[in-house]
Design a protein. Structure first.
Length: 333
């Protein structure tokens, strides 16, 4: 099935022309505690395993979506106030996404996107961006899709966007169906106000391999890729226990270990994918040394060299002293 066919299924019987002049929406970024690394269907962004994340509150993407004036030759796209040329990567991705539900081939969208994620914080904005776009399209056309369908629509833009439709802890169920209609994310009811996420930017250099190519390569060539789905399932079960008990040691240790397992998959991929920089190892050793000295802090990392720290409010001043430039987020504020 193509992504366009999946959208046809989702929108069956719903309006295909704008219901209002414009729509605005917001979605938070998220960071996975049990990671998504590998697709079972690349066209539909269907994962080989479930994943579990925490949304980042007011760090995310605001979008305003409207029809572009009649006769506009391309979609018009503005990012953080700057108009983008149609051949920039962001504009191309957004236009390809619009193709999934463009009312007619000549219909053009006007998109104004603004990220509240400091560019220097090292959090990906594609998850919040596509989740916000899915919500804005829903409002513009008056689809009134249920949250699960919105999660599917966001997933078709970027896998991890499926998890950015809700606040707090969110689980993306891998699903089994080939059309992906059972692969969506749902929020967990648990709140953990003392939880903190610290983002440490160690390098802002362009990543060597994007997640789409990296995942494809790992699924095809990592000699122990087949062990990954079971490992993630076990880690998700443990994370549920940790969240229910507000057990930061269990949450931190599970997330840290899951992230290192994902990076092991990446390193054992052929040819290898290595996101670690010398600064990454130095920071990991600093976290481990602080923990050995009694500071309850753990880390996780995505497809890049930067660390995200996991700790509770009672450790915030010590973590700040250790990583003075970290951006600290209170996901339940
Ligand atoms: O949504 P994508 O295709 O950018 O993939 C995200 C992959 C990781 O960030 C490495 C892990 C995750 O679960 O977010």
């Amino acid at each position: 099935m193509t992504a366009r066919e999946a959208v046809e299924t989702l929108l069956a019987g719903r309006p295909r022309t704008p219901a209002v002049p414009f729509a605005e929406s917001y979605a938070p970024a998220n960071i996975a505690l049990a990671k998504y690394w590998g697709k079972r269907d690349e066209a539909l962004n269907l994962p080989t395993a479930s994943s579990l994340s925490i949304s980042l509150g007011d760090l995310g993407s605001h979008v305003r979506l409207a029809p572009a004036p009649e006769g506009a030759p391309t979609d018009t796209i503005t990012l953080n106030g700057a108009p983008l040329s149609p051949d920039t990567p962001f504009a191309r991705r957004a236009s390809a996404y619009f193709d999934l539900f463009r009312p007619s081939p000549s219909f053009r969208f006007d998109l104004q996107a603004r990220n509240t994620i400091p560019t220097a914080a090292g959090f990906a904005s594609s998850a919040s961006g596509f989740a916000a776009l899915a919500k804005a399209a829903d409002a513009l056309f008056g689809w009134n899709l249920p949250r699960q369908s919105l999660s599917i629509l966001a997933r078709l833009g970027s896998g991890s966007a499926a998890r950015s439709l809700a606040d707090g802890f969110v689980e993306w169920h891998a699903g089994e169906r080939s059309d992906g209609m059972d692969s969506f994310a749902t929020p967990l009811p648990d709140r953990w106000p003392a939880l903190r996420i610290g983002a440490c930017v160690l390098s802002s250099a362009e990543k060597p391999v994007g997640s789409r190519d990296g995942m494809r390569r790992s699924v095809r060539t990592c000699p122990f890729y087949s062990s990954w789905p079971d490992l993630v399932a076990r880690d998700i079960a443990t994370l549920h226990d940790a969240i229910a008990a507000r057990d930061i040691a269990l949450l931190g240790a599970t997330a840290e270990s899951n992230c290192l397992a994902m990076h092991s998959l990446m390193m054992a991929t052929r040819p290898p994918i290595l996101y670690f920089l010398p600064e990454t190892l130095t920071a990991i050793r600093a976290v481990w040394a602080a923990r050995a000295d009694g500071l309850p802090v753990w880390f996780t990392m995505d497809a890049g060299p930067n660390l995200k720290l996991l700790f509770e409010s009672s450790s915030e001043s010590s973590v700040r002293a250790l990583f003075p430039t970290a951006t600290i987020v209170s996901p339940f504020a």
